[in-house]
Design a protein. Structure first.
Length: 218
């Protein structure tokens, strides 16, 4: 990769299923949702609602308090191996690293803290816990609540600031970002979706593959 200090490079990375072994949101919903959250998921998959709307509706079904969910995440969720090494690589290359996720900030911070990783820019759903379920709010780069296009709003903001953007993702919600970024790394199921839609991407199976792939980019 060209290591010129003149190139401002930013990494916009998904979290669930990308930096983790499994989708943490789905683990939480399976364990605690009081209702048929799968039917809401089908609405999202059929493009009847946005992914942000899905999370808003589904997490209203979760009545557990934050401490209980943090304890659950600590027991059930795992980061992909090699994350610290990937962070070190970004620091050595002077890349700005951001997590832009449709997941919840509280569990992203929990898992990163457990791994001894801090000072990461995180843009994800803000969770408010109450007796009526979790209220999930997405705040765009302009500071306003956003219902649709959360990830696209951030990548467009970064591009407008002059950053060369490298995206990393695993799901359908990462495709719009991939179409805008200069380079994209994808794992399944996103990898197959990129190929179906003709979106250029570099495949990865583990996080070490991303480092190797970055070294091959001009």
């Amino acid at each position: 990769m060209q290591h010129s200090s003149n190139i401002k490079t930013l990494v916009q990375c998904d979290f669930d299923g990308t930096l983790t072994e499994k989708d943490i949101s789905f683990l939480i919903l399976d364990a605690f949702a009081d209702g048929d959250w799968h039917s809401i998921l089908e609405q999202y998959k059929s493009n009847r609602i946005s992914v942000g709307r899905f999370n808003t509706l589904a997490f209203r079904m979760v009545k557990e308090d934050e401490a209980s969910l943090v304890s659950f995440v600590n027991k059930k969720a795992e980061l992909r191996p090699g994350l610290k090494e990937l962070m070190n690589y970004f620091r050595l290359r002077n890349f700005r690293f951001t997590i832009v996720s449709n997941g919840m900030t509280f569990y992203i911070k929990t898992l990163l803290k457990n791994a001894g990783i801090d000072d990461i820019e995180i843009y994800a759903a803000q969770a408010k816990f109450n007796n009526n379920g979790i209220e999930a709010r997405y705040i765009g780069p302009d500071g306003r609540e956003i219902q649709n296009g959360f990830k696209e709003a951030y990548v467009n903001n970064f591009l407008n600031q002059g950053w060369r953007v490298i995206s990393i993702g695993n799901g359908a919600s990462d495709i719009p970002t991939a179409k805008l970024a200069h380079y994209t790394f994808a794992t399944e199921p996103m990898l197959s979706l990129c190929r179906e839609e003709g979106v250029n991407c570099l495949p990865f199976g583990n996080l070490d593959d991303i480092i190797e792939g970055l070294e091959s980019i001009d």
